[in-house]
Design a protein. Structure first.
Ligand code: FAD
Length: 447
């Protein structure tokens, strides 16, 4: 009998197992894939490693939003490269470099939009206010989801172009303005205003580092085990049964529901029918050295294509690989001829759009690979990029409680609360506090 079984070895599952093993719980992690990592697992083609679900993080400077979380998990010791700007946003043919640091951000944006100086100060102050107090784990954040991001931006910023710039900063969240809660917008945007960072190592270094600590602390991780049934205190996978006091699931809630007979159908139907965020199409390029210079920030073009550079390993700073990401709403539902031509067309479109900012890109391309929402579905169980779509108009249905109606079955991960490194780590703190008590976790995190 384990104290806890965590289902899924993505970043949330491993962060959760790391905390539990550090507070002395005997923990088992079960992962369906042959390796840990989930959305961060990455892949290699022709000897080149590519990242999947991590391109940059915000708030890793001393005292900033993510730094205390990563310090706890021993992730600040990895090699992080500070970026020059939060982002470069290109919209309407004009490029805007978004500075890091709250004051520099407000000042820098006011240089592009001098008549918005006071509005920018209000915008920045409110983001800082919402994202501040992140270490206050007892705070009930549910009511904060009830404000509209679009409403706030419209009330605060009167210039339409500036509004567009402020809603085009990277594919950090689904920019569906009719539903996006201000809390999600603020919590995802504010850390990048503090500072932006690229990992100078494959993204699975994060999950490898977490997994190593879990094992060092006496936890167990079993890969290649797809959970297919859950009862109170029991997890089933084919012909194996594992028992635990607490079961903590990081898999997409819609996938979990059919596995739990003891949950009422009305609850399951509600969870399965929740709308999911958009999918992501990614083009992975290897480039001939000597053609495209490395750019030390990410670039967003018309909210359509997002360019992410990898830190180069040559002294002349030539970019040798990069990723182009395109959010997509629809995609072929099966791997067919249509699917291949859809991917080829989108890849060509992505390169053509990126080339408007990086002249010479097409002729610099050596190899091109793509991944689609179907790829995500295959490797993580969900085609959606950021999990369940939270909607400020229906907070009580779209923001799930970590507690399920089945006693001792809990939820963590990007569909619960927020996505991204900071978002999922907060879901873990919240769930673990509810299981083991706030004081235990506050003490563990030295809060
Ligand atoms: C294209 C893209 C780019 C992104 N870029 C960034 C970025 O730059 N910065 C950032 O902070 N965030 C980024 N994100 C978001 C971030 O990657 C995710 O929010 C985070 O990795 C989600 O972690 P998770 O643990 O909730 O889910 P997952 O990583 O999906 O973990 C769930 C795990 O459960 C396993 N599983 C599923 N079903 C079963 C089963 N039946 N039995 C056992 N195991 C199972 C899966 O295989 C998986 O390993 C990006 C996301 C996308 C899609």
């Amino acid at each position: 009998m384990y104290d806890a079984i965590v289902i899924g070895a993505g970043v949330s599952g491993l962060m959760c197992a790391n905390i539990l093993s550090r507070i002395g719980a005997h923990v088992l992690v079960l992962e369906k894939e042959p390796r840990t990592g989930g959305m961060l697992q990455g892949f290699s083609r022709g000897g080149t490693a590519f990242d999947t679900g991590l391109h940059y993080v915000g708030g890793l400077g001393p005292g900033e939003s993510l730094e205390w979380v990563f310090r706890y998990h021993n992730l600040t010791v990895l090699t992080w490269k500070r970026l020059d700007f939060s982002e470069e946003v290109i919209t309407g043919g004009k490029s805007y470099l978004i500075p890091c640091g709250y004051d520099s951000f407000a000042e820098g944006m006011a240089e592009y939009f001098p008549h918005q100086r006071e509005n920018l100060k209000c915008f920045t102050a409110e983001l800082k206010n919402i994202s501040g107090g992140i270490r206050n784990l007892e705070k009930d954040r549910l009511p904060l989801y009830g404000r509209s991001a679009a409403g706030f931006i419209e009330e605060t910023i009167s210039d339409k172009t500036l509004r567009k710039v402020l809603t085009s900063m990277g594919p950090r969240m689904e920019m569906r303005l009719e539903s996006l809660p201000l809390y999600e917008y603020a919590m995802i945007t504010a850390p990048f205003i503090e500072s932006a960072w690229r990992l100078n190592a494959p993204s699975h270094t994060i999950t490898d580092t977490l997994a190593r600590q879990v094992v060092e602390n006496g936890g167990e991780i079993k890969c290649g085990i797809a959970v297919d049934g859950i009862m109170q205190h029991e997890v089933h996978a084919k012909d194996q049964t594992f028992k635990a006091e607490e079961i903590i699931s990081s898999i997409p809630p819609a996938n979990l529901m059919p596995m739990v007979n003891q949950l009422r159908n009305i609850y399951k139907k509600r969870i399965v029918s929740l709308p999911q965020t958009e999918g992501m199409f990614t083009v992975y390029l290897t480039l001939s050295p000597g053609a495209i210079q490395y750019v030390n920030h990410s670039i967003s073009i018309d909210n359509k294509v997002f360019i992410h550079f990898n830190v180069p390993d040559n002294p002349d700073n030539w970019a040798t690989k990069m990723e182009l990401m395109m959010p997509v709403q629809d995609w072929p539902q099966a791997r067919s001829d249509d699917y291949s031509s859809w991917k080829d067309d989108l890849a060509r479109e992505a390169v053509a759009i990126a080339q408007t900012r990086l002249p010479g890109l097409s002729s610099a391309v050596k190899e091109i690979y793509t991944s689609s929402p179907l790829t995500w579905q295959r490797y993580t169980g969900s085609a959606s990029s950021f999990g369940i779509r939270k909607d400020y108009r229906s907070v009580l249905t779209t923001v799930l409680s970590p507690r399920t109606p089945l006693p001792h079955l809990w939820l963590i991960g990007q569909s619960i609360g927020l996505h991204g490194m900071l978002g999922v780590s907060m879901t873990v703190f919240n769930t673990v506090s509810q299981i083991y008590g706030l004081e235990t976790i506050r003490k563990e995190l030295s809060l």
